[in-house]
Design a protein around this ligand. Structure first.
Ligand code: TEU
Ligand code: CA
Length: 556
């Protein structure tokens, strides 16, 4: 199989917030179809859709009740087939989001499973007796707060849910469950989709006995007992053997808590599992354990993690490259500067994403420099995760102000505010009131403005994507880091048989003089990209501007 995905640039769409075509305030498939030319113009190769299957929407589609049909709000199966063929007609590819660690509690399998202890589907999920005192089988905490176990009156047992109680975990030890998953994958591959993003796929194998986390006070996440569990590689290899390997597709596994060593086990070609994974180390550089325990972010730690992964994967295995998605705050607000240096810092981050080794993912609105939002009160927030934390922390007596600051800094809704298409009512996203409030900055930060402005963030993305497509060293070249100890600059070289690229990124708002060592031979290189309109380097002693980035090229 060709490894076309190594050269591809992927764009993630969060369908609810992308474009509404029928005036109900919710984005939909026809809305996406109407914007394909925008994505084509940007230079995108692959579109990944967050889940659009039938779902009660407790976790915005990550709780699926029918894997073979489309949620009414998004359209019909017919619309989906049409979208797939339109995407292909325009020379792009499409990935679906396969969420199979858990289903919705409204999935017919779960409805049957909970109906009686001897129902044939009982064993599709993870049921356990209560402890003698009636308490939950272990001390695991759900990612969305509270116990990971829900007691079911009818049969007197608890079921496991690592996420919301409406998202019961599937029992992958049951071969019938694995067969169902293969059938679902085949169903979509036969419809022409070009691969899958696989939700929390490293959670599917639980340690037998489901032990409590030792020495814990109260509830804690049982990560060590279900992340990268004992049979996960067996299951993925089986899926690959029986299904994935029969198609020319790509697969990207969402895998929190992986090190490069663990990632190799998922993505090295000879393992026959996945094409690549989303690791979390770089985006967890501002937290201590869970999402809500913050620590200060430093450029030094961030670039250390990025370069560790750059060095570890590439010759064997493959990286995915991303700074944002629907679960993360907006990248420019987090790693750049979303006020004074919005333009410069968004373009600097883009320069990094498009020049390091791996397949880059652009999250909707990132190409415009969309920023985090601050709504005044909790009633404006929708995300099950933020609301779960809010109620939990309220009950613990944490002040309202502190909780809201956490949501502003880290909540998922900032990434989910509707796409900002133009400056008209509701940002051109919908004629009706959107399901989640807009970021008020849409009046000046929007696609219509940026598409026509040659110096916009959008046009910089377009230029960088084209640049990436034209330079083989970005895909295949080595990665070599310079000035490792510098606390503001991240600099590296990408080299293959044809060319040598040198990239410098200033991750800070400071301006300073920098001396380029002679051995870098920068004066014999061409300045190909600058995010501040620089025309030349002009020697070895350079004044570096806030959030400046540039790319130098030398042909061999
Ligand atoms: O996310 C899983 C995940 O581990 C986190 O990013 C999660 O959002 C949580 O915030 C950890 O603090 C995936 C999906 O991307 C997410 O949208 C879903 O809510 C989740 O799985 C459950 O399907
Ligand atoms: Ca709609």
């Amino acid at each position: 199989m060709s490894e076309w995905w190594k050269k591809a640039v992927v764009y993630q769409i969060y369908p609810r917030s992308f474009m509404d075509s029928n005036e109900d305030g919710i984005g939909d498939l026809r809305g996406i179809e109407g914007k394909l030319d925008y994505l084509k113009e940007l230079g995108i190769d692959v579109i990944w859709l967050s889940p659009v299957y039938k779902s009660p929407g407790i976790d915005n589609g990550y709780d699926i009740s029918d894997y073979r049909d489309i949620q009414d709000e998004f359209g019909s199966l017919r619309d989906m087939e049409q979208l797939i063929s339109k995407i292909h007609e325009k020379g792009m590819k499409i990935l679906m989001d396969l969420v199979v660690n858990h289903t919705s509690d409204q999935h017919p399998w779960f409805i049957e499973s909970r109906s009686s202890k001897d129902n044939p589907k009982r064993d599709y999920y993870i049921w356990r007796d209560p402890n003698p005192d009636g308490s939950a089988p272990n001390n695991w905490e759900s990612h969305f707060s509270g116990s990971a176990w829900q007691f079911d009156e009818k049969t007197g047992q608890y079921y496991l849910h690592i996420f919301a109680k409406e998202q019961p975990d599937l029992n992958w030890e049951n071969p019938e469950v694995r067969k169902e998953v293969k059938d679902i994958a085949r169903f979509w591959l036969e419809k022409g989709v070009d691969g899958f993003r696989m939700d929390v796929i490293n959670f599917i194998s639980k340690v037998p006995g489901l032990p409590s986390v030792p020495n814990a006070k109260g509830l804690v996440r049982g990560n060590m007992f279900y992340m990268n569990g004992p049979r996960v590689h067996e299951y993925l290899h089986e899926l690959n053997e029986d299904v994935f390997s029969k198609y020319d597709i790509m697969t990207v596994g969402e895998t929190p808590n992986v090190t490069p060593e663990i990632a190799h086990q998922y993505v090295d070609k000879e393992r026959g599992e996945l094409s690549m994974v989303f690791q979390f180390e770089h985006i967890n550089t501002d937290i201590k354990g869970t999402r809500w325990q913050l620590k200060p972010w430093t450029i030094s730690e961030f670039k250390k993690v990025i370069s560790k992964w750059q060095k570890a994967l590439g010759d064997s295995g493959w990286n995915s490259v991303y700074l944002s998605n629907h679960d993360q705050p907006r990248s420019v607000s987090r790693y750049g500067n979303d006020t004074k240096y919005l333009q410069e810092s968004a373009k600097m981050l883009c320069t990094m994403d498009m020049t390091i080794r791996g397949t880059p993912y652009v999250y909707q609105g990132e190409e415009l420099g969309m920023t985090n939002v601050r709504f005044d009160d909790i009633a404006s927030y929708q995300d099950v995760e933020s609301l779960g934390m809010y109620n939990d922390y309220k009950a613990k007596g944490i002040p309202e102000h502190d909780i809201m600051e956490l949501i502003y800094y880290r909540g998922r809704d900032s990434a989910r505010t509707p796409m900002q298409w133009d400056s008209s009512a509701n940002a051109g996203f919908s004629k009706a009131r959107p399901w989640l409030k807009l970021n008020p900055n849409y009046t000046w930060l929007n696609a219509a403005e940026e598409v026509k402005n040659p110096d916009s963030i959008f046009n910089f993305y377009k230029k960088m994507i084209a640049f990436r497509h034209e330079h083989s060293a970005i895909v295949d070249g080595d990665f070599k880091e310079y000035f490792e100890d510098h606390d503001r600059i991240f600099a590296y070289e990408r080299t293959d048989a044809n060319e040598r690229l040198f990239i410098l990124l200033n991750f800070s708002a400071s301006e300073f003089t920098f001396i380029m060592p002679e051995e870098l031979k920068v004066n014999s290189m061409r300045l190909a990209i600058s995010n501040i309109g620089r025309k030349e380097l002009g020697g070895n002693i350079i004044k570096i501007y806030p959030y400046e980035s540039f790319v130098l090229v030398a042909e061999k």
